[in-house]
Ligand binder design. Structure first.
Ligand code: FEO
Length: 389
């Protein structure tokens, strides 16, 4: 890619094409990127560093981009190690450089860096504070809990760009899936920031008051033009736990395939009744992060699970637990349970869903015993009617 974003802002981020498990839990078939930028003005600001996996190439690229000049500021938007692993190196390479960050980040710096020189030249900033680099005027926008408490964003009013930290990020190397930003951005958002809808909404409201031509996130491509408009539209839905797409998401956890047959039958019935989009996921074999994404994408969900140890089959338990900790809400749910002698999955699913905000159960729980039989079909038909209502 062209490393020049504007005449004075340069991309020095790093692709990590080989990483297959970001944050030790999210599969990343297209790798990941850790974005970092350089603003070259009378004063020079480095905007974030890199993950330790790519730190050496990042330092080389930084030195090349600086072309012998000394940087004045290292702006730290987010202290998580995928972006902040190079802070001590930068402070050592460029003595006297100011580390610009929030008070919370300053407090947290010693958690990651024991060398006192890292905190010696910290410049803490708060909401609305400004920093002039010469031509470029930076304004700091606090963004706590997007995704950690110390996060901030920076608005460059000269070039009208917003450095958005993890906000508007995406899985994949920087040029992966440019034609379908939403797919991996959605999986990233709900799994990493899903719990923090209110703080994300708050920062989007602040951003709405700014004239933004480009968003420069810490992961994924730079957003401008139609892609920027679409990202802002989707973030407004996602952060308010709104329904993005019409359709039904059917998620099943089946031990020997009997519950799977019922879930697939239900999907077939839903389609026959006119539901244009039915997405089906096998929670035992497919990427759970993808299933979480679909649970947020659609407004109507069917959960089908086997009973297990007088409770719920663990893959479904784990899935609902993940939805709970991501603050999943505002959804309609229908349930199918299976249990050959003492069905218990429905009871546990109801209990877990009952703890969530504005999750409404639709229809009666359909109880299967072993293999699905012709006699089970009317109950599945009724469940389909209830969820489509
Ligand atoms: Fe990309 Fe929350 O770090």
């Amino acid at each position: 890619m062209n490393n020049s974003i504007t005449p004075d802002i340069f991309y020095i981020g790093q692709d990590d094409a080989d990483i297959r498990l970001f944050e030790s839990q999210y599969v990343t078939p297209d790798g990941m990127c850790y974005n970092s930028y350089l603003i070259m003005d009378e004063k020079i600001a480095i905007m974030d560093t890199s993950d330790s996996r790519t730190l050496e190439t990042w330092k080389t690229d930084l030195a090349a981009a600086l072309a012998g000049r000394q940087p004045d500021y290292l702006v730290v938007h987010h202290l998580e190690p995928d972006h902040a692993s190079g802070i001590a190196d930068v402070v050592a390479m460029y003595p006297g450089i100011h580390v610009v960050c929030t008070a919370k980040a300053a407090q947290m710096l010693p958690l990651y860096f024991e060398n006192p020189s890292v905190v010696e030249n910290v410049l803490t900033v708060k909401e609305g504070d400004t920093l002039s680099l010469g031509k470029h005027q930076l304004t700091f926008v606090m963004a706590p809990m997007v995704h950690w408490p110390e996060v901030m964003m920076t608005y460059d009013s000269t070039d009208k760009v917003l450095f958005s930290a993890d906000g508007f990020g995406k899985f994949g190397v920087i040029e992966a899936d440019l034609d379908d930003w939403a797919c991996e951005a959605r999986r990233y958002y709900f799994n990493i920031c899903g719990k923090y809808g209110a703080p994300v909404s708050a920062v989007i409201k602040k951003a709405a008051a700014l004239e933004i031509q480009q968003i420069l996130p810490l992961h994924g491509p730079i957003l401008k033009d139609e892609m920027l408009a679409e990202a802002l539209r989707l973030y407004s839905i996602w952060s308010s736990y709104g329904v993005e797409a019409e359709g039904v998401f059917v998620a099943y956890a089946s031990i020997h395939g009997c519950t799977k047959v019922a879930a697939e039958k239900l999907a077939e019935i839903l389609k026959a009744k006119g539901c244009k989009k039915v997405s089906v996921a096998d929670l035992c074999r497919e990427d759970q992060a993808e299933a979480i994404e679909d649970a947020f994408k659609y407004g109507k969900i069917v959960l089908a699970a086997s009973s297990y140890d007088a409770g719920l089959f663990p893959p479904m338990y784990d899935f609902i637990h993940h939805l709970q900790i991501k603050a999943w809400q505002n959804r309609e749910v229908a349930l199918i349970e299976n249990g050959s002698w003492a069905p218990s999955a429905g009871r546990v699913m109801k209990e877990m869903l009952g703890e969530m905000k504005n999750v409404t159960l639709k229809g009666e729980v359909v109880t299967l015993k072993g293999r699905m039989k012709e006699s089970d079909i009317p109950a599945l038909e009724a469940l389909a009617d209830a969820i489509l209502q």
